[in-house]
Write a protein that binds this ligand. Structure first.
Ligand SMILES: NC(=O)c1ccc[n+]([C@@H]2O[C@H](COP(=O)([O-])OP(=O)(O)OC[C@H]3O[C@@H](n4cnc5c(N)ncnc54)[C@H](O)[C@@H]3O)[C@@H](O)[C@H]2O)c1
Ligand SMILES: [Zn+2]
Length: 361
């Protein structure tokens, strides 16, 4: 099966995303993207057990040092960020070194932030291993760690040299993680490409069964959509990039209210997109049958379509602290038909309350 190549036209640095099976076995990957300096690979425990030896084998005689972090959000912490920097310094890596992240979005975010900081920015190659990381976090140059005052509070924009998405590694991903990644895939269709939503409706079952050609297409189309948006608004300053947050204000409120770790991010985004769609119906921007279509697709992919029994008041309080808000007013990404969305603060608070309390359907 051929490898797909998508260019990310970020103004600070354009770079390719390669998508396809078997990429982790191709020595050309390191030959093409890694310079003459040293290499440090950052990964997490589970991924190290599965794939780290494949990466170090690719490096062959060049040598590839590695650092294994904990799985999940625990890695996105100042202590682990510092561990990466200390290791780089002890290895006496120079500006021509390359930092490689092999793992999910958490490893990618903390390693990317270390790459942005070491010598004020060194080469960074992403090998994302979750569906969410392949379709979302590895593309676009946002890096960050969490602090006790907020998730992703400290970070930098630092674009990678390249992103290598080996779709074979998705075979070992737990079902729940695969589905959570599919929520972001549906998001791309909902904000930018109704035809892609139709493709997902037809191929949902095959995606859940991890059909290789379907996975490659889903990752490719998602990356194409994200790449185009990042090209227009690399630093999230014009409002264009904000559409990538469709479903996320509701989703973050769900994650926060339920307690972090209860809902996977993608699960919360799935329910959040359905809630945003219900609000758009109330505002006359989306037809009921379009909202039902989105909801049926997400439900068929095994994703939640509402916030369950979470308290509406607590959800609203969490939404009031969202960073997209301006002048005390909640701003949301709302769909305008399927395949289109916009950032707006222009909606009825009563309609929002009805959505949060589950009264809107
Ligand atoms: N930078 C961005 O633009 C951006 C965008 C979206 C999300 N994010 C961040 O991404 C993070 C979430 O990333 P995630 O969903 O990938 O979660 P994750 O990194 O926690 O990975 C999920 C779990 O899957 C395991 N895993 C990874 N690859 C595997 C594989 N191939 N087989 C088996 N297990 C595997 C990991 O070890 C981990 O336990 C969040 O911190 C979020 O803030 C960043
Ligand atoms: Zn997301």
């Amino acid at each position: 099966m051929e490898t797909e190549r998508i260019e990310v036209p970020a103004p600070s640095r354009a770079y390719p995303v390669l998508v396809g099976p078997g990429l982790l076995d191709r020595p050309q990957i390191l030959q093409e993207w890694v310079g003459d300096g040293g290499i440090l690979a950052v990964t997490s425990r589970t991924v190290a057990g599965l794939y780290l030896n494949r990466l170090t084998a690719l490096a062959g005689g060049r040598g590839c040092e590695s650092l294994v972090l904990p799985d999940g959000e625990e890695a996105k912490d100042i202590r682990h960020w510092q561990r990466i920097l200390h290791r780089m310094a002890r290895l006496e890596l120079k500006r021509d070194c390359t930092l490689i992240s092999l793992g999910g979005g958490c490893v990618g975010d903390v390693a990317g932030f270390a790459a942005a900081c070491y010598h004020r920015g060194v080469n960074y190659l992403q090998l994302p291993t979750t569906l969410l990381a392949q379709v979302d976090s590895s593309v676009g140059g946002k890096t960050a760690i969490n602090t006790e005052w907020g998730k992703n509070l400290v970070g930098a924009f630092h674009q990678p040299l390249a992103v290598i998405c080996d779709t074979d590694v998705l075979n070992t991903l737990p079902d729940r993680q695969l589905k959570a990644g599919l929520a972001e895939v549906v998001k791309y269709g909902a904000i930018a490409d109704e035809e892609f939503l139709g493709w997902l409706e037809i191929n949902g079952r095959a995606l859940l069964a991890r059909d290789p050609a379907c996975l490659r297409h889903a990752v490719r189309r998602s990356v194409e959509i994200k790449a185009a948006i990042v090209g227009e608004d690399e630093h999230d300053s014009s409002g264009r990039r904000a559409v990538l947050n469709f479903g996320h204000s509701f989703g973050h409120a769900i994650e926060h209210t339920a307690g972090y770790g209860q809902w996977l991010h993608g699960e919360a985004v799935a329910a959040g997109m359905c809630m945003a769609a219900r609000l758009a119906v109330a505002e006359g921007d989306l037809q009921s049958r379009e909202q039902e279509r989105l909801e049926t697709l997400l439900a068929d992919l095994g994703l939640p379509v509402n916030a369950g029994d979470l308290d509406a008041g607590a959800l609203k309080k969490a939404m009031l602290s969202d960073k997209k808000n301006a002048r005390g007013r909640i701003r949301l990404i709302l769909p305008r038909g399927l395949g289109n969305a916009r950032l707006t603060g222009d909606f009825s608070m009563d309609a929002l309350d009805a959505v949060l309390s589950g009264r809107a359907s």
